[in-house]
Design a binder for this molecule. Structure first.
Ligand code: ADP
Ligand code: ZN
Ligand code: ZN
Length: 741
């Protein structure tokens, strides 16, 4: 055995596997395999009793003496002839694993489409089925309906398409083979290397205004090296036009552009704006794709076939051989931070990727995060402002309604009802924002004060009425039947408190019986394609009321909306979360930004019990930038992020005392390692202590010295994850947390 003879060369490769272990694993290979193996390619190995797909991270020098105690296993099979992750991406992934304290194998796997994680061969998708020109296909198709149908599907793909896509369209492989025999279709190999094509305009760009022109010039000056920009532009100020004009210059050089958008922002409308401007291949990467479509889009990006890649958070890890520009739109959006498992922030990863690639990165928003403003203050982001609405539109005027004194009907103030009426009479559209789906957030008994609470969480059940009445916990997913009478006092005196979108929809129908009410929330858009249908209805330009949650608030361009009403933001004003005021201000501005985007002037009405809240008054009297400035000043005094770096450690277990005691113990160990460098807050119970039957606690670790914080965190965390635990305790660390809950 080579392991026992130190003179014979030992051929080994190092492999990252998706197992919850922080290290990579060594496997032996033959001399022949060693020659073939490429770093960044996949390999099949046995691990315990499983067969796993891993990524080769290193070819170990054969002369290096093996000192491990265990006998190494041989790999099962090399899966790729060429690397599927290039060296830059491997560097980015390794950095991410270290920065976010997550196992490298898991991080690498999260960069791969599902089918590649399963070991699927990469090149089969490059076989395309295509119609062969034929004089009289119908004569040959007469006798088989199946073949006829398949032929019609193929006609829809003049450039040819993959067997996967055809199978998904109901065409069986056997049918394709039969058609091939008849000489009606052929299966050909799509060329593997795509030479960069120069991109042409499909649409004339708008004439940029002065602010836009300046921004475009500044960014283009930096187009061949790493520079980062914060494009701070009011809602509707034409940020997208700036992106498009910068993109054109970059695309013309045969480079690729990566555009990241928030999860909800990836609407057909957004995609259409990018697609219709240029003649080029666009790859879309988002959570709604099935696995074969995802793999296809990923390959188009990875081979350079696609020039524009539009995707949500995880698209930041797509291999892009010709990357020339990264754009991250709505950079403040929370969906850029993964909130479970590998808790990375796509914005920070994007900045680092731009650095590795030596290309510019644009962060754009109407409501930039305090972190980005802080980086701009430090000169690390180049601030570019767009200070007017593009075209003819002007910013809407904001009004506050004091709910303590206002006359109301169904939770809507009389003033607002009057405004809605007038807007509809002018044949314009109204948008009402209520961030609470379902019928009502609380069900209680009027005679004994019993409340319907989730048995597993510290939370109320939400009452839903569609398609039938039931109680639903939005935190753990528990569903219960609606009781017919109070379970405590047995009286029939149950009533709902508070307003959800479904109940508001009923009230609006009653108040405005002659107008259409269009509700947009997770419940009304859960079926595939329903969002698109709703979108089309909105664009029909009837005088209607759009009613919805966050889904309706972000990024959309509804040119006929002139009145926006925000019904309830008080929970945001009262929340104890460090970032709650920032998020609430962002939400208000984003929702308000849906008003008056067309030719007609818009207005915004905001109902609140706290009209004198300092954040609100600054926002109304000044603007979002003033609010951000104020929040930064407060954070500086309190030495909170971004003025110090934070990590949040969360635990949950079945035992309340144990959760906190465990945290206290590991906190003590960290203090002993790095007492002078760090500050630990907690442990304290999480704001919702019990969730899904588990008791949650957390602590915040803060330090002004990022590099040393990370140095100690890493050592400490490696130690902590290997400690024994009881009561099924689960443990996680969140570096640069966005939510303290
Ligand atoms: P943002 O991305 O900042 O929200 P958009 O790019 O969506 O803004 O622009 C808002 C509207 O203004 C769009 O309808 C867009 O076509 C239009 N627009 C943008 N720039 C110009 C311009 N320079 N001249 C005329 N209209 C413009
Ligand atoms: Zn009762
Ligand atoms: Zn629950």
């Amino acid at each position: 055995m080579p392991t026992e003879n130190s003179h014979a060369p030992l051929y080994r490769i190092r492999v990252a596997l998706a197992v919850y272990v922080y290290d990579t694993f060594d496997y032996t290979v033959s001399a022949e395999q060693y020659k073939q193996a490429k770093v960044g390619a996949r390999v099949l190995v046995s691990f315990g009793r499983q067969n796993l797909v891993g990524v080769i991270t290193q070819k170990v020098d054969p002369n290096e003496v093996f000192t491990g105690q265990f006998k190494l296993k041989a790999i099962t099979e090399l899966l790729d002839d060429e690397p599927i992750l290039d060296s830059q991406l491997l560097t980015l992934l390794t950095w991410s694993a270290q920065y976010y304290q997550f196992p490298i194998g898991e991080v690498m796997q999260s960069a791969l489409p599902g089918l590649l994680r399963q070991g699927r061969a990469l090149d089969i998708l490059f076989h395309l089925w295509k119609i062969t020109p034929h004089d009289d296909p119908d004569a040959l198709l007469k006798r088989s309906q199946k073949q006829y149908d398949a032929y019609q599907v193929l006609k829809l793909h003049p450039q040819g398409t993959t067997e996967n896509i055809l199978n998904l369209s109901g065409v069986e492989t056997a049918t394709l083979k039969a058609l091939e025999k008849k000489g009606l279709v052929e299966c050909c190999l799509e060329p593997h290397d795509f030479t960069p094509t120069t991109v042409q305009l499909a649409q004339v760009p708008l004439t940029a205004n002065a602010d836009q022109k300046y921004a475009i010039q500044q960014i283009l000056k930096a187009q061949h090296h790493y520079q980062t920009f914060l494009l701070d532009g009011l809602t509707g100020s034409g940020k997208t036009e700036v992106y498009l004009q910068v993109m054109f210059e970059v695309l013309q050089q045969g480079k690729q552009v990566l555009v990241l958008v928030p999860e909800i922002g990836l609407t057909p409308q957004t995609v259409a704006r990018f697609k219709s401007r240029f003649h080029c291949d666009v790859a879309l990467l988002h959570s709604g794709l099935n696995e074969s479509k995802r793999l296809q889009a990923w390959q188009h990006a990875q081979t350079g076939k696609a020039s524009i890649i539009i995707g949500t958070r995880s698209a930041i890890y797509t291999p892009l051989p010709e990357l020339g520009l990264i754009i991250l739109d709505e950079e403040h959006d929370l969906s850029y931070k993964q909130q479970e498992g590998f808790r990375y922030h796509a914005r920070d990863v994007a900045l680092y990727r731009g650095h590795l690639q030596g290309c510019p990165v644009i962060l754009g928003s109407a409501t930039p995060s305090t972190e980005s403003y802080h980086l701009a203050e430090l000169g690390k982001l180049h601030l570019l402002e767009l200070n007017q609405r593009a075209g003819v539109a002007v910013l809407p005027k904001m009004h506050i309604i004091d709910l303590k004194i206002a006359k109301k009907k169904h939770g809507i103030s009389q003033t607002l009802i009057e405004q809605i009426k007038q807007t509809l009479e002018r044949k314009e559209q109204v948008l009402i924002f209520l961030n609470r789906r379902g019928y009502a957030p609380i069900l209680m008994c009027e005679s004994c004060a019993w409340q319907a609470n989730c048995p597993h969480c510290d939370a109320h059940f939400t009452l839903h009425t569609q398609p039938y009445a039931y109680l639903h916990c939005h935190h753990c997913g528990t569903i219960n039947r609606l009781p017919e009478h109070c379970p405590e006092c047995k009286k029939q005196s149950l009533k709902t408190i508070g307003l959800g979108t479904a109940k508001l929809e009923e009230h609006l129908h009653e108040l405005f019986p002659h107008n259409e009410v269009i509700r947009v929330d997770r419940d009304s858009t859960s079926r595939v394609g329903s969002w698109q249908k709703i979108y089309d209805r909105i664009q029909q330009n009837k005088p209607s009321i759009l009613l919805g949650t966050q889904m309706l608030a972000k990024g959309h361009h509804f040119p006929h909306v002139t009145l926006v009403a925000i019904l309830d933001i008080d929970s945001g004003l009262l929340s104890v979360d460090l970032r709650a005021p920032e998020r609430t201000a962002q939400l208000i501005i984003q929702v308000a930004g849906r008003s008056g985007r067309g030719e007609h002037k818009g207005s915004v009405y905001l109902q609140t019990l706290r009209p004198d809240h300092p954040m609100l008054t600054t926002l109304i009297e000044k603007d979002y930038r003033a609010v951000a400035k104020q929040m930064l000043a407060e954070r500086k005094i309190a030495m909170l992020p971004p003025y110090r770096y934070a990590a949040l450690v969360r635990v949950d277990s079945k035992d309340r005392a144990y959760s906190q005691q465990y945290l206290a113990e590991i906190a003590q160990q960290l203090r002993e390692m790095a007492a002078d460098l760090i500050d630990i807050w907690g442990p304290i119970p999480a704001p919702m202590e019990r969730k899904a039957g588990r008791y949650r606690a957390h602590m915040v670790i803060l330090s002004a010295d990022r590099a040393r914080l990370h140095f100690y965190l890493r050592q400490w965390w490696q130690h902590v994850v290997h400690l024994p635990r009881q009561h099924q305790l689960r443990l996680s660390i969140d570096v640069d947390p966005q939510e303290f809950s």
